[in-house]
Design a protein around this ligand. Structure first.
Ligand SMILES: [Mg+2]
Length: 168
């Protein structure tokens, strides 16, 4: 049972996925989690790097489909911006929605990989459906560390800067 929640590979972010290697092992498309994998939790904003990553995978011939337990409204903007299909209210880890995503991309089981940040939804569902699974560190955790560091830097310099008054 425990084995079913383990990913095949674990990387820091989507940018650390060895795309060439996956291509060599016949992976042709990605089922993508939304929250904390490509956007911050409950956000519609996609960073430039994420947008670039999607351009890159498309230029390499990979397909992609967003699979999210969230409602349509939340996902549609992101999917439109990235120009990829999506499935909402996916009831992950139910493997049925994963298989639907695979069919949407027109792929076979062994050609499909799942990318997500959660063991009990993304990895469990992906493994149950028989896909290659890739776990990423949640975006907000990385963001949190980044924010902490920049706050620290702010504190270090802020006392040296006095707000200017009366001058423009
Ligand atoms: Mg997630």
């Amino acid at each position: 049972m425990l084995k079913m929640i383990y990913p095949d590979i674990y990387v820091d972010s989507i940018h650390d996925i060895a795309l060439d290697e996956l291509k060599k092992s016949q992976i042709k498309g990605f089922i993508m989690d939304l929250d904390n994998t490509i956007t911050l939790w409950n956000s519609n904003e996609i960073s430039m790097q994420v947008e670039e990553w999607f351009k890159k995978i498309k230029s390499m011939g990979f397909k992609a489909c967003i699979l999210s337990n969230n409602g349509e409204k939340r996902i549609v903007k992101v999917a439109q911006q990235l120009d990829i299909p999506f499935i909402h209210r996916a009831a992950k880890p139910n493997p049925r929605s994963f298989l639907r995503a695979m069919h949407l991309m027109g792929l076979q089981r062994e050609e499909t990989a799942v990318i997500g940040d959660q063991l009990f939804t993304d990895m469990l569902g992906g493994n149950r459906a028989g896909f290659f699974t890739i776990l990423v560190v949640p975006l907000d955790r990385r963001e949190f560390i980044g924010t902490k560091i920049s706050r620290m830097m702010e504190k270090m310099v802020i006392h040296k800067i006095q707000p200017q008054k009366g001058k423009k």
